[in-house]
Design a protein around this ligand. Sequence first.
Ligand SMILES: Cc1ncc(COP(=O)(O)O)c(C=O)c1O
Length: 414
Amino acid sequence: MAIHVTGSHMHDKVINDKIFKAGAAAKVACERFGTENVVDASIGVLLDDNEKLVSLSTVEKVFRNLPMSEITNYAPIAGLPDYLENVLDVVFRDCRPDAYAKALATAGGTGAIHHAVWNYTDIGDSILTSDWYWGPYQIVAEAFLRKLETFTMFDENRRFNTEAFRVKVEELQAKQTNTFIILNTPAHNPMGYSLDDDEWDGVIEVIKNAAKNKEKNIILLVDIAYIAYCGDQHDCRTFMKKFSGLPENVMVIIAYSMSKGYTLYGQRAGAIVGISSSRAAIEEFDSVNNYLCRATWSNINRSAMDILNIIHDDKGLTEQIETERDGYYQMLRRRSDVFLAEAKAINMPVMPYVSGFFMSVPAKDPEFACEKLFEDNVFTVPMMGGLRIAICGVPFQKLKIMAERMVKVVHLTR
Ligand SMILES: Cc1ncc(COP(=O)(O)O)c(C=O)c1O
């Protein structure tokens, strides 16, 4: 019998992190065979076509000019007051919904997801997301004694499956007080899909219908981790306007991350943004998230919040960062266009891609296909239905070879 020293809720909790496993294997392969002979499509950070980590120069300039006291000092528990205002501008831009809204600083987007799950679900609840999803959703759910359930993301036309979504929302609503939903859009990880306005209308209709039951609440968490690289920054936010005037038992929460948009992955900064028609619900949101910040990390990285504030308040810097981001959006576009063209030429299906860091290729036995690709020095991440490739980190010149090696394994089974 296994002997545990932990509390019973942590027995047998082990992270099987396939992303870092693939990344570590790629590193070993690079040392053995040379970087030029290895395709590492595992980790979600931006690398340029020389495989160097991208640091936005606007951010670097502002960061290096911060006084030491701003780097080392504590911040208020909820975050710097200016940051809490400015981050609302950065999240919504010109698509602010007509509703109460409040932000608190969190340790990355992960911190926002952590807070939302703990504060808005009960022990034993199920959380709903799409069947292709970012693995940590499940880890956060299970660490807090919740479960993760999924709905089929696409219908036969490769469009968001509103009907499957509705069925699962109704099913969860029948058994728990809060129906907690995570949608990762725009630029979904692992697929790069973004719901369009019609698909969003379908989602809102399902939620409004469910909200007719006033005994129950609907919590919609929208994870926008990749929004900075979605092309037109107005067009990819129009869905946010749809959060205006929702019923008072609907709480929309946006998980915002500075990791990608500011290339500040390791600085651990982001925000949880609550949106509601109810002033009381937003006051409660503020209070419980403050409380949980104190209980979790106390306060977050002050200098990252300064960086957002300084860039936000300076028109020139704002324009500069926009131009830089647009350049990297174009780089991702070139990579995805080439990969899609290669895949088409060799008859390899790719899941619907709109924008972002990742694409996915369906595979019969993803774990096995992934192992086979390791042997061929291509490092991808197995997901439930296929292989995730992080095009953010694969240089242009390696895309063709990656597609050619992938097509040899995606149909294989053990
Ligand atoms: C889908 C998704 N959500 C949220 C995050 C949060 O990232 P961070 O905690 O670094 O802000 C990531 C990062 O990889 C992600 O892929």
